[in-house]
Structures are given as structure tokens and as C-alpha cells.
Design a protein. Structure first.
Length: 278
């Protein structure tokens, strides 16, 4: 499996390196007094919600692209466009959204909120990209529970040995009965070479993956197997889309919701999101 980021393809190792290079590059330039300000702040500004794509002739876009490529070790943004704030541009790299001043001098990481509407503008943009990345994984690279006629579909990053992941899995029939189809992606928190990582590989390589997943979630002993598998790619993808623990649920809107949610409550949440988007 190859994870696709925007218009550029990256494998699992490249995804991790991609974001490490951004952080390391910024730290490096700061030590040499290169005047890039890397802020972790929340910009709470009252501006219109909808960002308008900058015209192709906007010279600031090319300047920003050139500056970032030069200063961030050749990293090329997937998209650069105007933000709701005059003079500030949105820079999309994979599923990470940053803000950069028109002169390319200030590089800002954080959340932008419209205080008039209370809407998190950053998350709204990132959610769309997050959903696209997960859909591009393809169900052939997931373990799916449901008949296919459920009203809702939720992507869940799971760890075989995570307690709340096991609690969630034990209620799988209830989730399906509530009209929720579950698509599993692997996220062994301790890494692919951990015991949980090896179990994930064994589940994927089993003749009956769903049966193997059921037994693994019950703590039963497993036959160790190895084969071509998507575990490393999905672990890397989880980091890209913002997963920091398990279970991590990605709703149909692309919104990331961490932690266990009981079946009935999750159905209510999904229904409310669908109603709210009408």
C-alpha cells in the first residue's frame, strides 16, 4: 500500500521523515538566526470563514514556495493559498496545515478559530484532507466489520492490546446493530516491532483476518505469521492524520475523535453530525 499525500506519493518511512525534517529544519534555522518564527499558538481572529483560493499570478505564493523549499530542506508544499487573514497564507503539507506570512518570514503552526462563529477553521480544512487520505487507503487494506448497508461508516485506528480497543471490539455486534460499519486500520502504539505490532501482522496474514482479529482482541494465543502487510504504512498514516493514542475514530466528515465511545452514543454523535451538515 502506498499512502498518497496531496499530489505527491510517499511510503511509510518517507511520511515519518517528511515531518521530522520540517521540525528539525526549523530548529536548525533558528540556531543560525534565520528569521522564521515557528509558533504553537491559537489564532482567534474574527474574519470570514471561507478562504478564497489565491489567483495563480499571486507572487507571494511562489515566493513562499521558494522560501520553504530552500529553508526546509527541499520540502515542497502540496498546496498554498490565501487564508481568511489578510497577508497570511495557508500551507498544506500532507495532512498538516501551517500558516506563513506573505514574505515567507514567519512560519506558524497552530489552530485558527473564527471567534464570531466559534468554528475551528484549521480543523475544518484538515478534516477534508484526513478523510481523503483514509479513503485512498482502500478497504482492501483494512479489516471491515459490517454488512455494507449500515447508515454510517467509521474508520478506527486500533492497537491489538489496547484495553479500550478491546472493549470497543467486544461490542462490535452492537455497533453494527446501531447502523455503524467499522473499518479498522492498525496502529500498534509501541511500534511495528513490538509485541502488538507483530500481532497486527499475524492478524493480517491469517487465512481469516476477522476471526484472527476477534481472537487477538480476546487475548487468545496467536500463530505468528508474516507476509506483505500494511501495518507500518497505517501506523505512519495515523501519525500524519493526528492520531496519538487508541482507539482513534475518524468520522465520515474526517473529524478525529480520540477514545472509546459506546455504540448508542456514537450513533447519536454520527446522526447529529449528518443532520448538522444538511
Amino acid at each position: 500500500m502506498q499512502v498518497i499525500l496531496g499530489t505527491s506519493g510517499y511510503n511509510a518511512a518517507q511520511i515519518v521523515l517528511h515531518y521530522q525534517r520540517i521540525s528539525l529544519s526549523v530548529m536548525h534555522f533558528s540556531s543560525f538566526s534565520v528569521r522564521i518564527l515557528f509558533l504553537t499558538v491559537s489564532l482567534c481572529l474574527a474574519f470570514p470563514v471561507v478562504a478564497t483560493a489565491a489567483p495563480a499570478a499571486d507572487p507571494a505564493i511562489e515566493k513562499i514556495r521558494t522560501e520553504l523549499s530552500r529553508r526546509l530542506d527541499g520540502i515542497t508544499p502540496d498546496r498554498i493559498e490565501t487564508s481568511p487573514v489578510p497577508g497570511l497564507y495557508e500551507v498544506l503539507i500532507g495532512a498538516r496545515l501551517y500558516y506563513v506570512s506573505a514574505d515567507g518570514r514567519y512560519f506558524i503552526q497552530g489552530q485558527m478559530t473564527d471567534i464570531e462563529t466559534g468554528k475551528n477553521l484549521t480543523e475544518a480544512k484538515v478534516a477534508t484532507v484526513r478523510k481523503k487520505l483514509l479513503d485512498e487507503v482502500g478497504e482492501d487494506n483494512m479489516i471491515v466489520y459490517g454488512k455494507g448497508d449500515e447508515k454510517h461508516t467509521v474508520d478506527i485506528f486500533t492497537d491489538i492490546d489496547c484495553g479500550y480497543c478491546r472493549k470497543l471490539h467486544a461490542q462490535m455486534d452492537e455497533y453494527n446493530a446501531e447502523g455503524i460499519r467499522v473499518r479498522y486500520l492498525f496502529y500498534p502504539r509501541a511500534g511495528v516491532n513490538s509485541d502488538s505490532g507483530r500481532k497486527a501482522v499475524s492478524v493480517w496474514c491469517a487465512d481469516d483476518r476477522k476471526k484472527a482479529m476477534d481472537e487477538a482482541k480476546q487475548g487468545k494465543s496467536m500463530v505468528s505469521k508474516n507476509c506483505a502487510n500494511p501495518v507500518a504504512d497505517q501506523l505512519a498514516l495515523g501519525g500524519v492524520v493526528g492520531v496519538t493514542g487508541t482507539p482513534a475514530l475518524v468520522l465520515e466528515s474526517g473529524e478525529l475523535v480520540p477514545g472509546y465511545i459506546p455504540p448508542a452514543r456514537l450513533r447519536q454523535l454520527l446522526d447529529s453530525k449528518k443532520t448538522g451538515n444538511k
